[in-house]
Ligand binder design. Structure first.
Ligand code: CTP
Length: 402
């Protein structure tokens, strides 16, 4: 099942470390080549030798102990892996990863990774419920990290509840499914997703922009790739990692985004316009820094092209999905955009409400379609929502027969 697959297991310190030894055994039995990195506290529970014997590979724990002088170990391990598992993942390692802290071999390698990262938490039930841990988990979801949720049962601390590391057999089965998954419903289809804000320059040091974080668009791209699509992500300036399997094109202004989207349009099957595109840009871009003067100043603006409306007017076989971020009269504006832009779906969210604004890791939306179709999605992490949105559209549109 896992023949020729390279799995990097990052082990952090909790009593569940002993189950990680069994996990290495299961993964190896399934044919995977497993390498292990341990945190310092993991080594308090189990000796590296146990993992070395099970994996038949060196075990890593010291960032500065370079076993092979021709490579830098944490970069080399990150590049080597097809999949990285963090199991057990403590609240501490989750917190560090969510905040970009790299102070040991495990966290440094995780930051250098481009392979998918799966996190299997194990901790006391109250720790797992703590708002800080939940916040960090939401943030990691936003970064495209997948979680293998802990199961319920007796915990080593004496409590009964959610917090047990998922069983090694189950984790191995999930990893196996990942590598042997049947083609997704979007296999063979090309999906173009736009994300993030645009920047409209005023002069060499200033620009107009908006609060879009790109998280929803990146989640849509990730979901499209996970459903099997060839996915092109056209992104305004944001600093999010590229989702696995997605080709990203970075752009700056509304004009750049217009050109990049139009270049992909002819052979696109689905276009998802999540980007918050500027409606206006400065009429003149000053070639040198504009100096302040006494009194008021007026910046003259001109309209940018409406990319989605242009796509709607040229539409042939493509399925067009727009977004509408509103602060009031959401339904009316969303339905208006559906008509005016000739799109198939508008996904609307009320950005004035908590936890669904531009930078939130969660979102709640209403989907509007032709013939008064309307469906609501309650608050959930953006990657989970993105998958559900695309699945809804795949199901309603009979994508393969289009
Ligand atoms: N959009 C676009 N090009 C623009 C403006 C918006 O492609 N120049 C797309 C967005 O990517 C989104 C949809 O149109 O999918 C709606 O964007 P939104 O900003 O909500 O609406 P606008 O059309 O700009 O209308 P208004 O500003 O009046 O709400």
């Amino acid at each position: 099942m896992l023949e020729n697959r390279k799995i990097l297991l990052c082990v952090s310190g909790g009593i569940a470390v002993y189950k990680a030894v069994a996990l290495v055994s299961k993964l190896s039995q399934a044919g995977a080549d497993v390498k292990v990195i341990m945190t310092e506290s993991a080594r308090e529970f189990v000796q590296p030798l146990a993992f070395q014997v099970m994996s038949r590979n060196d075990v890593y724990f010291d960032t500065f102990d370079e076993k092979d002088s021709s490579v830098i170990a944490h970069i080399d391990l990150a590049d080597w892996a097809d999949l990285i598992l963090v199991a057990p993942a403590t609240a501490n390692v989750i917190g560090k990863l969510a905040n970009g802290i790299a102070d040991d071999m495990v966290t440094t390698t995780l930051l250098a990774a481009t392979a998918p990262i799966w996190v299997a938490p194990a901790m006391n039930v109250h720790m797992y419920d703590h708002p800080a841990v939940k916040r960090n988990i939401d943030r990691l979801y936003g970064d495209g990290i997948r979680f293998i949720e802990p199961s319920e049962g007796f915990l080593a601390c004496g409590y009964v509840g959610k917090g047990r590391l998922e069983e090694p057999e189950k984790i191995t089965a999930l990893v196996g499914e990942h590598f042997t998954a049947a083609p997704g419903p979007l296999t063979g289809k090309k999906v173009v997703v736009t994300a993030g804000p645009t920047r409209e320059r005023i002069d060499p040091v200033r620009f107009l922009t908006n609060f879009s974080s790109g998280k929803m668009g990146y989640a849509m791209a990730q979901a499209a790739a996970e459903l099997g699509a060839e996915t092109i992500l056209i992104s305004g300036p944001v600093s999010l990692p590229v989702p696995a399997g997605v080709k990203r094109v970075m752009v700056e202004s509304a004009k750049d985004m217009y050109d990049a989207v139009l270049a992909q349009y002819d052979n696109a099957d689905i276009v998802v316009k999540t980007a918050a595109v500027a409606d206006y840009r400065p009429k003149h871009i000053a070639s040198s820094k504009v100096k302040k003067k006494d009194g008021e100043s007026v910046l003259e603006l001109e309209r940018t092209d409406d990319i989605l409306k242009t796509l709607g007017s040229m539409k042939q076989h493509q399925l067009l999905i727009g977004f509408a971020a509103e602060t009031n009269d959401v339904d009316t504006y969303a339905k208006g955009k559906l008509e005016k832009k000739n799109v198939d779906y508008i996904i609307a969210n009320d950005v004035s409400k908590a936890q669904r604004g531009f930078d939130a890791d969660t979102n709640a939306v209403t989907v509007f379609g032709k013939d008064d179709f309307q469906q609501q999605f309650d608050l959930m992490p953006k990657p989970v929502l993105a998958k559900q949105l695309l699945e809804l559209i795949v199901e309603r549109e009979n994508i393969h027969d289009r």
